[in-house]
Design a protein around this ligand. Structure first.
Ligand code: NAD
Length: 334
């Protein structure tokens, strides 16, 4: 039976990347029934919002979506579509794997990290206010329920994917109550996995330095929202940057897969942008759908095309277009 999936092409380079990704996923041998839904700049004028209710309905119904980047309009008062999606659909876990790709020149050759970021609270809960004309206050929310839930997600991911260790990242030496509760929650959950998965913790500043110097020491990391946002970009930088960094937002009732990068408006419509990040987000989606064999094949084919280097985009040192890059992957899928 075909998997029913909501496909949101998005803005800027999004439609070209979405088309490339759809063609590669269709060539994987897995049957998809794509429900294409527009969101972002293109629908603002028609619906008065970049994320109309029928798009949310489609994701709720299908429970799985893959989306291209969406431009966040500046100064219109609309909240970011991405933040709205996460909060409305309860997508509490942001998963960002960072694995070295042969053929991409980076500082290290064998980086294999997985960031699990709590997606719903912390300073990103958006509770802030001015205190008189010259001061402002943002409130950092950390709850035991959300912290234990994200820790469990990290340990379950580690077990399901044959990983060896989970590192909790925090600043509990300074924020003893909030980050202290996050760390305590992770340690509580870790006890349930004691015999299978190693557990340790690191203070976030030290963690950043160690990731830059010795990334091979780490495996799965679990972080509150703000540190997770920052450290996951650091890890993307270790393996080649935005063009190759996939992501997933996962909740109890649904999951949205998306590249980490933005809509790169200056390259829109030019068949220039690198589709790797969105295709690898598609690989995460295949795994989520239980299509492990197809996921391996698409990931291997993508990596092989990059290692070969003849049909890659400008940012990877080649001169191929987005669609030729996808063709190269499809050829290898046979
Ligand atoms: P960006 O990621 O669009 O671009 C940053 C740089 O990386 C640019 O030089 C761009 O050309 C390059 N780049 C990005 N993706 C690429 C790809 N696939 N292939 C080749 N080069 C690529 O970031 P930005 O310029 O800060 O943001 C542009 C818009 O995207 C903004 O409106 C922002 O709000 C939005 N945005 C959306 C998302 C999302 O939907 N998840 C994420 C980040 C930014």
């Amino acid at each position: 039976m075909a998997h029913q999936v909501t496909l949101i092409p998005g803005d800027g380079i999004g439609p070209e990347l979405a088309e490339a990704t759809r063609r590669v996923l269709d060539a994987s041998g897995v049957a998809f029934d794509w429900e294409v839904q527009d969101a972002g700049e293109a629908v603002m004028a028609r619906y008065g919002t970049p994320l109309p209710e029928h798009v949310l309905e489609s994701i709720r119904r299908n429970k799985v979506a893959i989306k291209g980047p969406i431009t966040t309009p500046v100064g219109t008062g609309f909240r970011s579509v991405n933040v709205t999606l996460r909060q409305t659909l309860g997508l509490y876990a942001n998963l960002r794997p960072a694995r070295s790709i042969q053929g991409l020149e980076t500082r290290y050759e064998n980086v294999d990290l997985v960031i699990v970021r709590e997606n719903t609270e912390d300073l990103y809960a958006g509770i802030e206010h001015r205190v008189g004309p010259d001061a402002a206050e943002s409130i950092k929310i950390i709850t035991r329920a959300a912290s234990e839930r994200i820790a469990r997600f990290a340990f379950e991911y580690a077990v399901a994917n044959g990983r060896r260790k989970v590192t909790a990242v925090h600043k509990a030496n300074i924020m003893k109550l909030s980050d202290g509760l996050f760390l305590e929650s992770c340690a509580t959950v870790a006890k349930d996995y004691e015999s299978r998965i190693e557990f340790e913790d690191r203070i976030v500043d030290n963690m950043c330095m160690q990731l830059v110097q010795k990334p091979e020491l780490y495996d799965v990391m679990v972080l509150p929202n703000l540190y997770g946002d920052i450290v996951s970009d650091l890890c993307a930088g270790l393996v080649g940057g935005l063009g190759v960094a996939p992501g997933a937002n996962i909740g109890v009732d649904g999951a949205v897969f998306e590249p980490v990068h933005g809509s790169a408006p200056k390259y829109a419509g030019q068949n220039k942008a690198n589709p790797t990040a969105m295709i690898l987000s598609g690989v995460l989606m295949l795994r989520h759908l239980g299509e492990q064999a197809a996921a391996e094949r698409v990931e291997d084919a993508t990596r092989a095309v990059i290692a070969d280097g003849t049909t890659v985009t400008y940012d990877l040192g080649g001169s191929a277009g987005t669609s030729e890059f996808a063709d190269g992957i499809i050829d290898r899928l046979g």
